[in-house]
Design a protein. Structure first.
Ligand code: SAH
Length: 349
């Protein structure tokens, strides 16, 4: 008995293998890649520059999608969220954000998350598994297809579910396609990987020939507090993250971004802002402060406007390059982790 293993078109490595086995010229794979990455088509039959017999062969060998869209939400500010069901079970969220001419997508790297940040819903049930590279690619392709013909994705942030540096090989392979001119053609300068701060992964990223932007989710400037908020910090410590970050900057010249989710009465006090000044003040790094987006069932709260103002003043006085993100609206660089949550709360409970 022959067992047919399902193959998917977004798995371009397996398309390439198949093409070789079938002695197709290499340009056929380029044609397929073009249809996938640079058009809105959703079936092999629409690949009109492929001979019909080849299309038939392809249909027999490949499914167009490995994923299924099970929810699609649009918010009035133009944000669109997809909940994508994976063929082997589990689902992930990905988001398209519109801001002026920017078309930013926020993409997941794992089903769940093992990092355990106490305020984040992604990791509440731990990690199920890492996504394959083509499951990450499919999020790009699905989101590209939400845009009208002629509009292209301009920015990618790996800020969805999961820890990208815990699935680095597949994330890099997917981003290779996102950034290649024959793929989605998005400049690496417009691609950001957000991490909880895993030094070995940061050092590996520093070696990528066309570096991506790196965002480090800090959330506390002292280890005692960070250990409580970001349990994985117990084994790492802020000092070694800063060392790896320095090395990343040295090797790539890319300005680092730190993210700081403000939790009322936990990490929003004047002394916390002063510690941030001490840690970041003399560095050229950017700090993105994100007011917490409450998660149903978790006790954390968004700080009051007055606390946010005081926090901000200390940072500005301390010469930190700080941006305060809005909870809604300008979610472009920082909020996909929370959008999935919003979606779950809104539609899945
Ligand atoms: N694991 C990676 C990327 C995913 S989370 C990381 O830790 O960076 C993307 C960002 O959203 C992180 O900075 C995360 O701390 C933040 N985040 C998670 N839950 C949030 C919430 N409820 N409100 C605001 N930001 C949140």
């Amino acid at each position: 008995m022959t067992v047919t293993v399902k193959k998917y078109l977004s798995d371009l490595a397996s398309v390439r293998q198949w093409a070789q086995a079938n002695e197709l010229p290499a340009y056929r794979v380029n044609q397929i890649q073009h249809w996938l990455c640079q058009t809105q088509i959703q079936s092999i039959d629409e690949m009109t520059d492929l001979p019909k017999p080849l299309r038939r062969q392809l249909v027999e060998a490949f499914e167009f999608w490995s994923t299924r869209i099970v929810r699609h939400q649009t918010s009035p500010d133009g944000t669109e969220k997809l909940l994508v069901q994976l063929d082997t079970g589990g689902s992930v969220e990905c988001v398209l954000l519109r801001d002026g001419i920017r078309r930013t997508i926020c993409v997941s790297s794992q089903v769940g998350c093992a990092m355990g940040c106490v305020f984040c819903a992604s990791g509440l049930d731990g990690v199920e598994r890492s996504l394959t590279d083509y499951e990450i690619v499919e999020q790009f392709l699905r989101l590209q297809r939400l845009l009208p013909a002629g509009e292209r994705i301009s920015h990618v942030v790996m800020m969805g579910m999961g820890e990208p540096l815990a699935n680095l090989a597949n994330v890099l392979s997917a981003l290779e396609l996102a950034s290649s001119p024959a793929g989605l053609g998005i400049s690496p300068r417009r691609i950001t990987i957000s991490t909880v701060g895993l030094p070995p992964g940061i050092l590996k990223l520093a070696e990528v020939s066309h570096p991506y932007n790196l965002a480090i989710s800090l959330h506390a400037a002292n280890d005692e507090l960070r250990n409580r908020l970001v349990p994985v910090n117990n084994k790492i410590g802020i000092a070694s993250i800063m060392e790896a970050a320095e090395e990343y900057f040295r090797a790539t010249g890319r300005r680092l971004t730190f993210e700081y989710v403000l939790l009322a009465e936990i990490n929003d006090q004047p002394q916390h802002a002063e510690e941030l000044v001490e840690l970041l003040g003399r560095r050229g790094a950017m700090l993105n402060v994100i007011p917490y987006n409450p998660v149903a069932g978790l006790p954390y709260k968004t700080p009051a406007p007055q606390a946010i103002r005081e926090f901000r003043k200390i940072l500005l006085d301390g010469q930190v390059n700080v941006q305060f993100r809005e909870r809604k609206g300008d979610q472009i660089d920082a909020a996909c982790g929370q959008l999935r949550r919003t979606l779950n709360v809104a539609t899945f409970e």
